[in-house]
Design a protein around this ligand. Structure first.
Ligand code: BJW
Ligand code: ZN
Length: 251
């Protein structure tokens, strides 16, 4: 992988960085992505599982699917891509990590203040009174559990199709995209909105938008540069360049 002089300069000069991640960053940890040949949506239909109508129609089925996925993420570990982002946060004064992932792997790697646009599969709440559900209730339930306060169904704290993103999180993401000088899109197909509008927003505000993905995506024609490869290999390389350049600046 060659890093152009231009990209080196962007990496060394960046003072405000926003990183947007998608399922691809966790692929190397063993978490399946959504789209593509090996993706979850090849085997399962999002309209049957990832919207509130599906949940109300068949809460046990949806609960079972999320229990399975909760188990998968609890059994894997963050990978070098997640850890590189932690290192990047330590180097950059104004740094925001925005993720579409619900797998909690960024926080487990040590990233601080992660902006979770689509929620977090490790949390659950009551659809009626909105109280969070206890870990114990969630762990022991093969079928959808009900709230111990009001009897409402418990659902995963994730954002389904047709639902609004947590407003505070989306605001933080928009602010970071609007003020950064370097925006990284990592491992996302860029087809789910409004998250997919953030790179464009950053670019319109003058940021250099760098995409890192295993393949070209819907975003590729609209970014400043795309690096094709594995996030777990490219991100550590970018951090190395950032460190070298910053070291030179100090000496
Ligand atoms: C690697 C790699 C490696 C692999 N290294 N790379 C028509 C037009 C426009 C918008 C809409 C529309 N109709 C409806 C909408 C809105 C809808 C939407 O965007 N739909 C489009 C799909 C058409 N959006 C919404 O509904 C959102 N809410 C909203 O808009 O509210 C306003 C509203 C209200 C009422 C009505 C209408 C609008 C909510 C979106 C919620 C998304 N939820 C999910 C599920 C979360 C819970 C769960 O996990 O089950 O979020 S869907 C799923 O997709 C998940 C992801 O976060 C999201 C994005 O996927 P991501 O991360 O990009 O993964 P993949 O699999 O797509 O891509 C992986 C990439 O990694 C690939 O590119 C690989 O190449 C790459 N890769 N290995 C680097 N090692
Ligand atoms: Zn309740």
């Amino acid at each position: 992988m060659t890093i152009s002089k231009n990209l080196r300069d962007r990496l060394s000069d960046a003072e405000s960085v926003c990183v947007l991640t998608g399922a691809g960053i966790s692929a190397e940890s063993g978490v399946p992505t959504f789209r593509g040949e090996q993706g979850l949506w090849k085997k399962f239909r999002p309209e049957e599982l990832a919207n509130v109508d599906a949940f109300m129609r068949n809460p046990d089925l949806v609960w079972e699917w999320y229990s399975y996925r909760r188990k998968v993420v609890s059994e894997v570990q963050p990978n070098p891509g997640h850890f590189a982002i932690v290192e990047m946060q330590n180097l950059i004064r104004d740094f925001t990590l925005v993720t579409q992932n619900v797998d909690n792997l960024h926080s487990r790697a040590g990233s601080r203040g992660v902006v979770e646009l689509h929620g977090n599969i490790t949390r659950n709440y009551c659809i009626r009174c909105r109280r969070p559900a206890s870990e114990e209730l969630v762990q022991k339930s093969d079928k959808v559990p009900v709230c111990s306060h009001c009897g409402g169904f418990i659902r995963p704290d994730v954002v389904w199709f047709g639902e609004l993103l947590p407003p505070r999180a989306y605001e933080e993401a928009e602010d970071a995209a609007g003020r950064c000088d370097l925006f990284l899109c990592v491992g996302t197909s860029g087809v789910v909105y409004p998250a997919a509008s953030l790179p464009q927003m950053a670019k319109e505000h003058g940021a250099f938008v760098l995409e890192i993905n295993a393949e070209y995506t819907d975003l590729s024609p609209r970014v400043s540069e795309t690096l094709i490869g594995k996030a777990g290999e490219i991100l550590p390389l970018l951090v190395r360049v950032m460190k070298e350049e910053r070291h030179h600046e100090q000496t």
